[in-house]
Ligand binder design. Sequence first.
Ligand code: AMP
Length: 435
Amino acid sequence: MSKDCIQSARGMYDILPENYGYWRKLKRVFSEVCEIAGFGYIETPAVENKDLFIRSVGKKSEIVNKELFGVTRLSEDKEKIISNVLRPEGTAGIVRSYIENGMQSQSQPVKLYYQGSFWRYERPQAGRFRQFYQLGMEIIGDDNSESDAYIIMLAYQFLQKLGLSDKMIIEINTIGDSKDRPVIIKSLKNYFKPFLAQLPEDAKNQYEENILRILDSKDPMVQKLLEGAPQIMDMLSVDSHKRFKKTLEALDELEIEYILNPHLVRGFDYYTHIVFEIRDSADENRQASIGGGGRYNSLVKELGGPDIGAIGCAFGAERIIEKLKSFKITPDIITQPKVYLIQIGEKAKKKCLNIVYRLNQFNIPIAPILGERDSLRSQLKFVDKQNAPIAVIIGQKEALEGTAIIRNMKDGVQETVDFDELILKLQDSLDIVCS
Ligand code: AMP
């Protein structure tokens, strides 16, 4: 590659044809799981108002503070800067759309699913990109623990259909609701106060800004302190405790395996009650979850909608594809031409597209050979490389006589047929080679 070549932006990558079978599998299976469950597909814009994420994910969250990609421009009158951002996650935009499109007047809950790209200005590393792709689902307008278990069940079914469920583990925790939160914050602050001076800088900030985040600190010293810290479970109200227990009982009933992780908290401010993450069970260091979610009961109201409960989850496509590859799970097969049209000489070349066009109309999967390949040898070599089982050859003689040669690429057997017979004969040959 020459030095002058422009490369993709840092942390961004291309989805190439050779990988597309995995992408297609992921998107297809996720759509099937969601659609069978009655989820409607929603696509919200990549660009949203910055305030949406300040009010949902949280002003002090890492994502809003450090990771937003800005899309700014001057207003028409050049008086002010319009500050939009690329969406860093899916839930906030969907809740905005739910409210804006009056979905509260539909029968509740409203179940929605999405697939798309998201952007976070993170330090790129394995499994962490600045543009990444998520597949997610939301149930908006239901506060029952049945929805909590149902979302986890669907997430599990998705993994099951991909062939990954026995290799992954679901970690679950509860972080209580807005009534439990002051009690939890106060007691964690009391516990950490005597150690404040020794805490690493990150943890000191978390102590001030969002003490719950200290719970999933990777710092060994903080982790040691956490061993003696008060447990959220012991500080929950009776109701919060009950609903968590009910969800776990439903999962037990479904025989879906999970582990309770009392230190699991997530990066967004909007979560209440249950939170969960899914990771490879062999990934003991909890480096890279493949998906996660939780309940967000205050978010709809916070964004100007009714006071209703909701829950959702999202999977990271890149990380799941890595898993599919490492566990040697087969990708979807992408449709390819089964027949190539070889053309030799000017007359044949002239007829080529016309023949392909007519045959395509009869659903024959045939494509022309493009580019500078004139000889029969080089064109046959090309067909071989593409693994197409049949070639149709039209040379000067065939073009004049109105015939074509059908060649079985496997055994080299050839048959000359009239143009009029070509469709039927090709259909027969395809039936034989594809059976
Ligand atoms: P989150 O929206 O942070 O709950 O993330 C949900 C899932 O999206 C994670 O479990 C990851 O699989 C994936 N994910 C989040 N951030 C990134 C990123 N920067 N690069 C790749 N995947 C990501």
